[in-house]
Design a binder for this molecule. Structure first.
Ligand SMILES: [Ca+2]
Length: 216
């Protein structure tokens, strides 16, 4: 009996998390295999011959919620400035033109010399009905203020343009091409959801339409 009730608790928690992150899949990084999180592209760009390194891994060191989060580390060298990044393109139909959305995540980090965190959300045409690919930037390229503790990051009231059916999310940390350039960033609870105010307005508009139809 104990195992049954703990299973239903997990199922309810999972259901709630799915609703909260309706547009982003696996925004809390709980699903995955080892260091690879499902639904996310994990990128680590480094090279040269002088020891530059980058890593992007799902880990359990310091989650904001659940058991897992993402960790990105960069170490620069005189011949290379590395990049550690996560990306996700949401499903076709996850965004409706004209609707308003809120993008948010939690980030913390140690911005050593030369290190900056960035994020950007691009409107995207995933089914190719409007030429395919990016349909403009929702947020512009934004820097992330990195503090030792998790801090909310993001932007609200993002209105989807005509031709957008999804978004492309990029969160990354970069450092310089010099000795001593180093930094790290952790991320959890990535969310891209309809703005609550917009949902309310849509609901009210629906009521007005229904009222008019009834009178007619
Ligand atoms: Ca998590």
């Amino acid at each position: 009996m104990a195992s049954v009730s703990s299973y239903s608790g997990s199922a309810i928690a999972l259901f709630a998390a799915t609703i909260a992150n309706a547009q982003v899949m696996n925004g809390g990084f709980e699903a995955g295999t080892g260091i690879d999180a499902d639904n996310w592209t994990e990128i680590a760009i480094f090279g040269g011959a002088m020891g530059a390194m980058a890593s992007t891994e799902r880990v359990m060191t310091n989650p904001a919620s659940g058991d897992w989060h993402m960790e990105m580390n960069v170490t620069g060298a005189p011949d290379f400035g590395p990049v550690a990044e996560i990306q996700q393109q949401t499903l076709v139909g996850s965004v409706n033109p004209g609707a308003s959305y809120d993008f948010s995540f939690l980030a913390a980090g140690n911005p050593g010399p030369g290190t900056v965190g960035f994020y950007e959300v691009l409107w995207f045409d995933g089914d190719g009905s409007n030429g395919g690919g990016p349909q403009g930037s929702a947020t512009g390229l934004q820097t992330i203020a990195l503090n030792p503790g998790y801090t909310p990051v993001g932007m609200s009231g993002l209105v989807a343009p005509a031709g957008a059916d999804s978004v492309f999310i990029s969160i990354r940390v970069v450092t310089g091409a010099f000795d001593g350039a180093v930094g790290s960033m952790i991320v959890d609870d990535v969310s891209f959801v309809p703005a609550p105010g917009a949902a309310l307005i849509t609901g009210l508009a629906g009521c007005l339409v229904a009222t008019r139809r009834r009178r007619a």
